[in-house]
Every structure is written in C-alpha cells, then in structure tokens.
Design a protein around this ligand. Structure first.
Ligand code: HMG
Length: 413
C-alpha cells in the first residue's frame, strides 16, 4: 500500500520586502543578497499573524481544496520552532479553528527546520499501520524566521506555512519507505527560551548542513533498490532534487556536495567528471534544482516549511511534466538532524499539485524598510486584519493570559 501527500496547500504572509531595498538600507551591495545569497524578496507577517494563524490558514485551504470533512482527520501534527506556548501545542488551536473532531491525535514537533519531515514521516507510518482503514492525517509545517536587525542572518528571514493531507494512494507525492538519516549534536543555530531571535554561527551552520547532507545521502544511496550498477549514480534516477533552502545559494552548495558524494562513489563517473566538475554541477543544478527554487527566492527562509514550499512550488510549476517520475528531498534541521528521502510524483498530480502559491505571491504588497522595521517591532501584537489581508484567521491578542483567535468573515463574491 502506498502512503504520502494526497494534497498540499500553502500560505505566505501578504507583505514582501525586496532584498535590494534591505541591502541599500544596510549599506551592502544588493548583488550580495540577490546573487550571493540568491534571495529576491522576503515575506513579512502582519501584527495579527502568528504561527497558529499561518498554519490554520494553510490547513483550511488544503481541506477545502481536497473537499475533506475536517472530522475525517485522525491525526494532526504541527511542526514549528516558533511555538506560542511552552505547554499548549500550536496544533490544538488549529484543531479548534478548523473544526477537527475529538477523535484525533494532536501534537506539536520541534527539531528546528527538520520538524516538518519528522511529522510527515510519523504521519505516513501511521497511515501505513492503519492498512485498508484509510486513515487521514493533516501535517502542517509553519514558521517565522527571525534574526536580529542588521545581523548577517537578517536577509535570510521569511515566513510561511504548508499543510499536507497524508493518506493512502496519494495524488501529490508517494513517499518511498527507505530514507537516509543523520543526527549529530552541534551548536550551529539555536534559540534560548527567553529570546525571539535565533542565535547562529552562520558559516559553521553551512558546514554542518553540508556534512549532514553528505552523510544522509550516502545512507540513502546504500539502501537503493534495485541496487545501482557499477558505474551508475543515484542522481541519474532523480528527475528533481529539493533541498531545505534557508537561501537559494545554499541549495546550490548542497547540490554540488550531493553530486560529489554520488560521483565519487563510482570510479569511472568521477574520473570522467572531475576535470570539468563545475560545468557538470551547473548543468545538473539548472535541470534538477533550479525549477524548485522559484517561490522560495520570493519568500525567504520559512524554517521547517521551507522544503515543503519548494515542493509546492515545484509541483505547481512542473507537476504535469513530473508525472510518474521520482524526486529526491533533503531536510536539514540545525542542532542537528537530517533526512534524505524520495518520492514518486503520480500521474494524477496535476490538480493535487496546485498549492495556491503562485496566486498568493502575485497578490502580495511590497513594502519598504521603514514599514518592515515597524512590522518587526509590532510582531504578534495582535489586532484586526489589515486591508488586503489574505489569511483566514487573525490573532486578536492575549487576554487573561490566553491567546485569542478569530476567523475572518469574508463577503461571498
Ligand atoms: P554573510 O557573512 O553575510 O555572507 O553570511 P558571506 O560573506 O558569506 O557572503 C555570502 C555570499 O555572497 C558568498 O557566496 C559571497 O561570495 C557572496 P559564497 O562564497 O558562499 O558562494 N558575495 C557576493 N556576491 C555577489 N556580489 C557581491 C558579493 N559579496 C559577497 N558584491 C550567512 C552568510 C549564510 C552565514 C548568513 O546569512 C547567516 O548567518 N544566515 C543564517 C544561517 C543560515 O541560513 N545557515 C544555513 C545552513 S543551516 C540551516 O539551513 C538551518 C536553518 O534554516 C535553521 C533551522 O534549522 O531551523 C538556518
């Protein structure tokens, strides 16, 4: 029995800060951000948004698009590192906002940007264990990335959520059962309990990411069936490769490392490629990786939602072309845990692959640096929806130590 993502929907906040404007305000050459990091815009939430409203909006969209009754959901897992309470999980607020029934396992998972993958794997295992009962899970990956203003991490902020319906005979991505994992305790990126912004050792985090990729991919490669022929490389069996993308240049560095590990494992292929390796990498990147980066260039780092925003963007842009082909996905969470896994895009992906991302990005409002700094200062202060708000729920504020949320009532068109 196959299990995987039956349908997915995304939500990205309505404000977008062009990185060229941030560069000018910080006295940095714009090309350092647009080419050096590869980011064009970053998503900035409104004060009435937090990770609950981001995740709930994506969740409402996926249930509506799939025509699924919320009471059919037997497991709701929310993955985030931007939790709103030390005890109460983000998922239980979303459970109420979406009208999911009481017969549902609800919990939150955290492992930096890896959490969405941990949640997806747990949900797929739960679906497989249910056999013919046809269990349905809702997995939501949602985050708001925050670094101190003016720090090297600032241009790699962003926000967003992806909701995935996980079930049998999926129509968006059939998950392979073998995966390659790698875990190691490192101090590359963390956020102490009393801080809103992350602490990061930026250059070291890039090294940790690449080392974890090499190890997770090698573990995945060793499990490949049918086994690779003597001079065959695994990347030739993958139509596209998606990476956790804190900034698009990271995906380029990652693909270079993956090809190196893959090609070096076969003497003949490495010998043939070594002298012209940069050209080999550039050609492979253009075909296998660049098609999945279009949306993320305009969103920035949405931490644990990042890989799944890449998936949503890829399926929207290329779903028809990828039908019946296999893709590779790499998830990295600082701290650290990494997983390389594969999925088959079913021929029926066309409709199920529309996550609403392109429409949402086209409708955003561009803001300048003054407005961005005002929104950062007012983050999660709560209140009413601003004009043009695209979310389905707002965070009203905290009363009597309780967070209050409300749905947006929209006039019928
Ligand atoms: P930095 O010091 O601002 O930048 O930090 P840099 O000096 O390394 O330059 C960046 C790139 O721009 C370089 O390219 C420069 O050459 C180039 P590279 O050599 O790397 O290919 N450059 C230019 N290009 C064109 N024109 C110019 C120019 N000048 C320079 N004029 C850093 C960069 C990534 C360290 C910083 O942004 C940072 O700390 N970011 C946050 C940490 C991060 O994103 N780490 C990624 C791996 S860890 C991860 O992904 C997990 C994470 O998502 C968290 C989680 O798991 O929850 C972060």
């Amino acid at each position: 029995m196959s299990a995987g993502i039956d349908r997915l929907a995304a939500y990205v906040p309505q404000y977008a800060l062009p990185l060229e404007e941030l560069a000018r305000a910080r006295g940095v050459p714009p090309e350092k951000l647009t080419q050096g990091l590869g980011v064009e815009e970053m998503a900035v939430p409104a004060p009435c948004e937090d990770v609950v409203t981001l995740g709930a909006t994506a969740g409402a969209r996926v249930l509506q698009a799939a025509g699924v009754d919320p009471r059919e959901i037997g497991m709701l897992v929310v993955a985030t590192e931007t939790a709103v309470d030390h005890a109460k999980p983000v998922g239980i607020f979303i459970h109420e906002l979406l009208g999911i029934g009481p017969r549902c396992r609800v919990y939150e998972v955290k492992h930096a940007c890896y959490a969405g993958t941990a949640a997806l794997m747990a949900a797929a295992d739960w679906v497989r264990a249910g056999g013919p009962r046809g269990r349905r899970a809702l997995v939501i990956a949602a985050d708001v990335a925050r670094y101190p203003l003016g720090s090297p991490g600032e241009p790699t902020q962003g926000a967003g959520a992806v909701a995935m319906l996980v079930g049998r005979d999926p129509r968006a991505l059939i998950l392979g059962e073998e995966t390659g994992v790698h875990a190691r305790q490192v101090w590359d990126f963390w956020r102490p309990l009393d801080r809103r912004e992350a602490v990061v050792d930026g250059k070291f985090s890039v090294e940790c990411y690449l080392d974890a990729l090499g190890a997770a991919f090698a573990a995945y490669r060793a499990l490949e069936r049918p086994a690779l022929q003597r001079d065959e490389v695994l990347s030739d069996r993958l139509a596209r490769v998606l990476y956790h993308t804190p900034f698009p240049k990271m995906a380029a560095k990652a693909h270079r490392r993956l090809l190196e590990v893959d090609l070096r494992a076969t003497h003949a292929r490495w010998t043939a490629a070594e002298a012209d390796f940069e050209r080999v990498v550039a050609e492979s990147f253009a075909e296998q990786v660049a098609p999945g980066l279009g949306a993320i260039r305009r969103i920035g780092n949405a931490y644990t939602a990042s890989l799944y925003l890449c998936l949503a963007g890829l399926l929207e842009a290329e779903g028809r072309r990828l039908g019946a082909r296999r893709i590779g996905l790499f998830s990295y969470g600082s701290g650290s845990c990494a997983e390389f896994f594969g999925g088959l895009v079913p021929a029926s992906v066309v409709e199920a692959g529309d996550a609403g991302l392109a429409r949402m990005l086209a409708a955003r409002t561009r803001i300048g640096v003054d407005e961005y700094e005002r929104l950062v200062a007012a983050a999660e202060s709560g209140g009413d929806a601003p004009p043009g708000f695209g979310g389905a729920f707002v965070f009203r504020g905290v009363r009597r130590d309780r967070r209050e949320y409300a749905p947006i009532e929209r006039e019928a068109a």
